[in-house]
Design a protein around this ligand. Structure first.
Ligand SMILES: [Zn+2]
Length: 346
Protein backbone atom coordinates (compact mmCIF):
# COMPACT_ATOMS: atom_id res chain seq x y z
CA UNK A 1 0.00 0.00 0.00
CA UNK A 2 1.46 3.36 -0.96
CA UNK A 3 1.05 5.68 2.00
CA UNK A 4 2.43 9.19 1.80
CA UNK A 5 3.75 10.36 5.17
CA UNK A 6 4.81 13.97 5.67
CA UNK A 7 6.44 15.09 8.91
CA UNK A 8 5.11 18.24 10.58
CA UNK A 9 7.96 20.50 11.72
CA UNK A 10 8.53 20.98 15.44
CA UNK A 11 10.35 19.49 18.43
CA UNK A 12 10.17 15.70 18.64
CA UNK A 13 10.77 12.67 16.49
CA UNK A 14 8.68 11.08 13.74
CA UNK A 15 9.12 7.34 13.18
CA UNK A 16 7.97 5.19 10.30
CA UNK A 17 8.61 1.49 10.71
CA UNK A 18 6.66 -1.07 8.70
CA UNK A 19 2.95 -0.40 9.12
CA UNK A 20 3.50 1.79 12.18
CA UNK A 21 3.94 5.55 12.21
CA UNK A 22 4.48 7.44 15.43
CA UNK A 23 5.42 10.81 16.86
CA UNK A 24 7.30 11.12 20.16
CA UNK A 25 7.80 14.32 22.13
CA UNK A 26 11.40 15.38 22.75
CA UNK A 27 12.50 14.00 26.14
CA UNK A 28 16.07 12.77 25.70
CA UNK A 29 16.70 9.12 26.46
CA UNK A 30 12.98 8.43 27.01
CA UNK A 31 12.32 9.48 23.41
CA UNK A 32 15.06 7.12 22.18
CA UNK A 33 13.41 4.29 24.14
CA UNK A 34 10.03 5.13 22.60
CA UNK A 35 11.43 5.07 19.09
CA UNK A 36 13.11 1.73 19.78
CA UNK A 37 9.83 0.35 21.15
CA UNK A 38 7.88 1.45 18.05
CA UNK A 39 10.44 -0.26 15.81
CA UNK A 40 10.43 -3.45 17.88
CA UNK A 41 6.63 -3.70 17.84
CA UNK A 42 6.53 -3.02 14.10
CA UNK A 43 9.14 -5.71 13.44
CA UNK A 44 6.99 -8.35 15.15
CA UNK A 45 4.26 -7.73 12.57
CA UNK A 46 0.52 -8.26 12.74
CA UNK A 47 -2.49 -6.25 11.66
CA UNK A 48 -3.01 -2.65 12.77
CA UNK A 49 -5.16 -3.47 15.78
CA UNK A 50 -2.62 -6.02 17.04
CA UNK A 51 0.31 -3.62 16.57
CA UNK A 52 -1.42 -0.81 18.46
CA UNK A 53 -2.65 -3.10 21.26
CA UNK A 54 0.89 -4.44 21.72
CA UNK A 55 2.36 -0.95 21.69
CA UNK A 56 -0.23 0.18 24.27
CA UNK A 57 0.54 -2.78 26.49
CA UNK A 58 4.24 -1.92 26.59
CA UNK A 59 4.01 1.86 26.75
CA UNK A 60 2.75 2.47 30.28
CA UNK A 61 0.50 5.34 31.32
CA UNK A 62 3.26 7.85 32.01
CA UNK A 63 6.09 9.23 29.95
CA UNK A 64 6.62 11.70 27.14
CA UNK A 65 3.66 12.50 24.90
CA UNK A 66 3.35 10.27 21.89
CA UNK A 67 0.85 9.12 19.33
CA UNK A 68 0.84 6.34 16.80
CA UNK A 69 -1.20 4.92 13.97
CA UNK A 70 -1.08 1.52 12.30
CA UNK A 71 -2.25 1.74 8.72
CA UNK A 72 -2.40 -1.88 7.59
CA UNK A 73 -5.44 -4.13 7.71
CA UNK A 74 -7.67 -3.19 10.64
CA UNK A 75 -6.19 0.28 11.17
CA UNK A 76 -5.85 1.58 14.73
CA UNK A 77 -4.66 4.70 16.49
CA UNK A 78 -3.18 5.47 19.90
CA UNK A 79 -2.44 8.55 21.96
CA UNK A 80 -0.71 9.35 25.27
CA UNK A 81 -0.10 12.71 26.91
CA UNK A 82 -0.44 16.05 25.12
CA UNK A 83 -1.02 14.62 21.66
CA UNK A 84 -3.87 14.50 19.17
CA UNK A 85 -4.76 12.05 16.46
CA UNK A 86 -7.45 12.68 13.86
CA UNK A 87 -8.26 9.85 11.49
CA UNK A 88 -10.61 10.28 8.54
CA UNK A 89 -11.88 7.42 6.51
CA UNK A 90 -14.83 5.33 5.43
CA UNK A 91 -16.54 5.32 8.83
CA UNK A 92 -16.13 9.08 9.32
CA UNK A 93 -13.83 10.99 11.63
CA UNK A 94 -12.24 9.57 14.78
CA UNK A 95 -10.42 11.88 17.13
CA UNK A 96 -8.29 10.80 20.09
CA UNK A 97 -6.50 13.09 22.49
CA UNK A 98 -4.59 12.65 25.75
CA UNK A 99 -3.65 12.82 28.45
CA UNK A 100 -4.83 9.27 29.25
CA UNK A 101 -3.28 6.45 27.23
CA UNK A 102 -6.08 5.51 24.84
CA UNK A 103 -6.25 3.49 21.68
CA UNK A 104 -8.91 2.54 19.24
CA UNK A 105 -9.51 0.34 16.24
CA UNK A 106 -11.04 1.99 13.17
CA UNK A 107 -13.82 0.04 11.49
CA UNK A 108 -13.22 0.55 7.81
CA UNK A 109 -10.63 2.07 5.48
CA UNK A 110 -8.56 5.11 6.46
CA UNK A 111 -7.83 8.00 4.12
CA UNK A 112 -5.87 10.46 6.18
CA UNK A 113 -4.35 10.47 9.64
CA UNK A 114 -2.99 13.59 11.27
CA UNK A 115 -0.92 13.24 14.42
CA UNK A 116 0.23 16.35 16.23
CA UNK A 117 2.01 17.34 19.40
CA UNK A 118 2.00 20.89 20.76
CA UNK A 119 4.15 23.21 18.64
CA UNK A 120 3.78 21.35 15.36
CA UNK A 121 3.66 23.38 12.17
CA UNK A 122 2.12 22.74 8.76
CA UNK A 123 3.81 20.12 6.56
CA UNK A 124 6.21 21.20 3.85
CA UNK A 125 4.68 19.65 0.71
CA UNK A 126 8.18 18.82 -0.58
CA UNK A 127 8.98 16.49 2.35
CA UNK A 128 8.04 12.85 2.71
CA UNK A 129 9.14 10.07 5.04
CA UNK A 130 9.36 6.63 3.44
CA UNK A 131 11.01 4.89 6.40
CA UNK A 132 13.17 5.70 9.40
CA UNK A 133 13.29 8.55 11.89
CA UNK A 134 13.30 12.31 11.33
CA UNK A 135 12.76 15.37 13.49
CA UNK A 136 9.20 16.64 13.78
CA UNK A 137 6.25 17.20 16.09
CA UNK A 138 3.60 15.53 14.00
CA UNK A 139 2.80 13.84 10.76
CA UNK A 140 0.24 13.75 8.03
CA UNK A 141 -0.38 10.37 6.39
CA UNK A 142 -2.42 10.08 3.23
CA UNK A 143 -3.62 6.74 1.98
CA UNK A 144 -4.92 5.90 -1.49
CA UNK A 145 -8.56 6.89 -1.51
CA UNK A 146 -11.09 5.19 -3.75
CA UNK A 147 -12.59 7.55 -6.32
CA UNK A 148 -16.06 8.57 -5.13
CA UNK A 149 -18.95 7.55 -7.32
CA UNK A 150 -20.48 10.63 -8.97
CA UNK A 151 -23.61 11.62 -7.08
CA UNK A 152 -26.73 11.95 -9.22
CA UNK A 153 -28.16 15.46 -9.14
CA UNK A 154 -31.16 15.70 -6.83
CA UNK A 155 -34.45 15.82 -8.70
CA UNK A 156 -36.00 19.28 -8.64
CA UNK A 157 -39.63 19.70 -9.46
CA UNK A 158 -40.71 23.12 -10.58
CA UNK A 159 -43.10 24.63 -8.10
CA UNK A 160 -44.96 27.44 -9.79
CA UNK A 161 -46.40 28.77 -6.60
CA UNK A 162 -42.98 29.24 -4.99
CA UNK A 163 -41.23 32.62 -5.29
CA UNK A 164 -38.40 32.82 -7.79
CA UNK A 165 -35.18 31.31 -6.48
CA UNK A 166 -31.73 31.44 -8.08
CA UNK A 167 -29.96 28.09 -8.14
CA UNK A 168 -26.31 27.81 -9.09
CA UNK A 169 -25.68 24.49 -10.75
CA UNK A 170 -22.08 23.31 -10.81
CA UNK A 171 -21.96 19.73 -11.99
CA UNK A 172 -19.62 17.59 -9.93
CA UNK A 173 -19.35 20.18 -7.18
CA UNK A 174 -22.12 19.02 -4.93
CA UNK A 175 -21.26 19.93 -1.32
CA UNK A 176 -19.74 17.02 0.53
CA UNK A 177 -21.90 15.85 3.40
CA UNK A 178 -20.44 16.10 6.88
CA UNK A 179 -18.74 12.91 7.96
CA UNK A 180 -21.19 10.53 9.57
CA UNK A 181 -20.72 9.88 13.27
CA UNK A 182 -18.41 6.97 13.85
CA UNK A 183 -20.19 3.69 14.53
CA UNK A 184 -19.53 1.97 17.80
CA UNK A 185 -15.87 1.11 18.06
CA UNK A 186 -14.21 -0.12 21.18
CA UNK A 187 -12.18 2.36 23.17
CA UNK A 188 -9.80 0.44 25.36
CA UNK A 189 -8.98 2.27 28.55
CA UNK A 190 -5.82 1.09 30.25
CA UNK A 191 -6.15 0.51 33.97
CA UNK A 192 -4.13 -0.93 36.85
CA UNK A 193 -4.66 -4.61 37.47
CA UNK A 194 -2.94 -7.87 38.31
CA UNK A 195 -2.30 -10.90 36.16
CA UNK A 196 -3.16 -14.40 37.39
CA UNK A 197 -0.68 -17.23 36.91
CA UNK A 198 -2.20 -17.94 33.51
CA UNK A 199 -1.96 -14.34 32.36
CA UNK A 200 -5.58 -13.22 32.82
CA UNK A 201 -5.94 -9.55 33.71
CA UNK A 202 -7.87 -8.97 36.96
CA UNK A 203 -9.13 -6.44 39.47
CA UNK A 204 -6.45 -6.27 42.22
CA UNK A 205 -9.24 -6.51 44.85
CA UNK A 206 -10.53 -9.86 43.59
CA UNK A 207 -9.38 -12.98 45.44
CA UNK A 208 -9.93 -15.31 42.50
CA UNK A 209 -9.16 -14.92 38.81
CA UNK A 210 -12.42 -13.94 37.13
CA UNK A 211 -11.56 -15.94 34.02
CA UNK A 212 -10.13 -19.23 35.29
CA UNK A 213 -11.05 -19.07 38.99
CA UNK A 214 -7.51 -19.66 40.23
CA UNK A 215 -6.75 -18.17 43.65
CA UNK A 216 -4.84 -14.91 43.46
CA UNK A 217 -3.88 -15.01 47.15
CA UNK A 218 -0.43 -16.55 46.64
CA UNK A 219 0.62 -14.04 44.00
CA UNK A 220 2.61 -10.96 44.81
CA UNK A 221 0.19 -8.15 44.07
CA UNK A 222 2.22 -6.10 41.63
CA UNK A 223 -0.22 -4.03 39.65
CA UNK A 224 0.41 -3.46 35.97
CA UNK A 225 -1.31 -1.49 33.31
CA UNK A 226 -3.54 -3.45 30.96
CA UNK A 227 -6.57 -3.05 28.72
CA UNK A 228 -9.79 -3.09 30.75
CA UNK A 229 -11.91 -6.14 30.01
CA UNK A 230 -15.71 -5.75 29.85
CA UNK A 231 -16.96 -5.25 33.42
CA UNK A 232 -20.10 -7.29 32.88
CA UNK A 233 -23.39 -6.77 31.10
CA UNK A 234 -26.50 -4.65 31.35
CA UNK A 235 -29.71 -6.68 31.19
CA UNK A 236 -32.70 -4.59 30.18
CA UNK A 237 -36.28 -5.19 31.21
CA UNK A 238 -37.12 -5.90 27.56
CA UNK A 239 -34.68 -8.81 27.51
CA UNK A 240 -31.86 -7.09 25.61
CA UNK A 241 -28.26 -7.37 26.80
CA UNK A 242 -25.42 -4.89 26.39
CA UNK A 243 -21.77 -5.54 27.03
CA UNK A 244 -20.38 -3.13 29.60
CA UNK A 245 -17.13 -2.14 27.91
CA UNK A 246 -17.80 1.60 27.61
CA UNK A 247 -19.63 4.42 29.36
CA UNK A 248 -23.32 4.85 28.56
CA UNK A 249 -25.85 7.63 28.82
CA UNK A 250 -29.29 6.17 29.44
CA UNK A 251 -32.37 8.14 28.51
CA UNK A 252 -35.22 8.79 26.16
CA UNK A 253 -32.93 10.88 23.89
CA UNK A 254 -29.38 10.16 25.06
CA UNK A 255 -28.03 11.59 21.77
CA UNK A 256 -28.51 15.09 23.20
CA UNK A 257 -25.77 14.40 25.76
CA UNK A 258 -22.45 16.11 25.01
CA UNK A 259 -20.43 12.99 25.89
CA UNK A 260 -22.48 10.90 23.47
CA UNK A 261 -21.99 13.47 20.71
CA UNK A 262 -18.23 13.43 21.37
CA UNK A 263 -18.13 9.59 21.41
CA UNK A 264 -17.04 9.56 25.05
CA UNK A 265 -20.14 7.54 25.92
CA UNK A 266 -22.57 5.36 24.05
CA UNK A 267 -26.25 6.05 23.97
CA UNK A 268 -28.67 3.62 25.57
CA UNK A 269 -32.16 4.64 24.54
CA UNK A 270 -34.91 3.54 26.87
CA UNK A 271 -38.34 4.91 26.13
CA UNK A 272 -41.90 3.84 25.63
CA UNK A 273 -45.24 5.45 26.39
CA UNK A 274 -45.43 6.89 29.92
CA UNK A 275 -42.01 5.42 30.68
CA UNK A 276 -41.12 8.28 33.03
CA UNK A 277 -37.61 8.26 31.55
CA UNK A 278 -35.95 11.65 31.06
CA UNK A 279 -34.16 12.62 27.84
CA UNK A 280 -30.82 12.22 29.68
CA UNK A 281 -31.61 10.13 32.72
CA UNK A 282 -28.56 8.41 34.14
CA UNK A 283 -24.86 8.13 33.23
CA UNK A 284 -23.08 4.79 33.55
CA UNK A 285 -19.37 5.35 34.01
CA UNK A 286 -16.61 2.74 34.10
CA UNK A 287 -14.07 3.91 36.65
CA UNK A 288 -11.13 1.53 36.90
CA UNK A 289 -12.77 -1.79 37.76
CA UNK A 290 -15.93 -0.17 39.19
CA UNK A 291 -19.24 0.70 37.62
CA UNK A 292 -20.62 4.07 38.73
CA UNK A 293 -24.04 5.57 38.18
CA UNK A 294 -24.82 9.26 38.19
CA UNK A 295 -28.37 10.53 37.98
CA UNK A 296 -28.42 13.36 35.42
CA UNK A 297 -31.02 15.45 37.27
CA UNK A 298 -33.78 13.29 35.83
CA UNK A 299 -37.38 14.21 36.51
CA UNK A 300 -38.32 10.95 38.22
CA UNK A 301 -34.95 10.03 39.71
CA UNK A 302 -32.87 6.86 39.66
CA UNK A 303 -33.32 4.11 42.26
CA UNK A 304 -30.75 1.39 42.96
CA UNK A 305 -31.76 -1.95 44.50
CA UNK A 306 -28.56 -3.52 45.86
CA UNK A 307 -28.58 -7.29 46.22
CA UNK A 308 -29.36 -8.19 49.83
CA UNK A 309 -30.21 -4.62 50.85
CA UNK A 310 -33.50 -4.12 52.70
CA UNK A 311 -34.26 -0.73 51.17
CA UNK A 312 -33.54 0.68 47.70
CA UNK A 313 -31.41 3.82 47.39
CA UNK A 314 -32.52 6.96 45.59
CA UNK A 315 -29.46 8.50 43.89
CA UNK A 316 -28.68 12.14 44.60
CA UNK A 317 -28.63 14.01 41.27
CA UNK A 318 -25.12 14.66 39.99
CA UNK A 319 -23.39 12.41 42.55
CA UNK A 320 -21.68 9.31 41.12
CA UNK A 321 -22.23 6.14 43.18
CA UNK A 322 -20.56 2.73 42.75
CA UNK A 323 -23.09 -0.03 42.09
CA UNK A 324 -22.34 -3.70 42.77
CA UNK A 325 -23.02 -6.59 40.39
CA UNK A 326 -26.57 -7.85 40.79
CA UNK A 327 -27.97 -4.35 41.38
CA UNK A 328 -31.27 -3.45 39.74
CA UNK A 329 -31.61 0.15 38.60
CA UNK A 330 -35.05 1.77 38.17
CA UNK A 331 -35.30 4.65 35.68
CA UNK A 332 -38.86 5.93 35.70
CA UNK A 333 -41.04 2.89 35.13
CA UNK A 334 -38.29 1.02 33.26
CA UNK A 335 -35.34 -0.82 34.76
CA UNK A 336 -32.08 -2.59 33.96
CA UNK A 337 -29.74 -4.82 35.91
CA UNK A 338 -25.94 -4.80 36.14
CA UNK A 339 -24.61 -8.36 36.09
CA UNK A 340 -21.07 -9.61 36.38
CA UNK A 341 -19.43 -12.73 37.67
CA UNK A 342 -17.29 -10.59 39.98
CA UNK A 343 -17.73 -10.87 43.76
CA UNK A 344 -20.76 -8.71 44.62
CA UNK A 345 -19.14 -7.27 47.76
CA UNK A 346 -16.49 -5.40 45.76
ZN1 LIG B 1 -6.79 -16.75 35.34
Amino acid sequence: MSVRVQPLPGPGLVVRAGELIAVCAEAGAETDALVALVRRVAADGGDGAALIARLAGQLGADGPACAAAALGDTPAILVRGAADVTADGGPGRVHLHGPALTYRTIEGPLWTVQVSLPGSGPPDPRTTLDAGVVGGAGLLAQLPRPAPAPAPPPPRRPDRSAPFEAVIVLPGHAPEPDPEPVPETATHALIEGVYCRDGHFNDPDQRYCQICGISMAQLTQVTRLGPRPPLGVLLLDDGSTLRLDADYVVGREPEVDRDVAAHRARSLRISGPASGVSRRHVRIRLNGWRVELEDLHSANGTVVHRPGAAEPDQLSPGVPVVVPPGARIDVGRRWFRYESHRDPQT
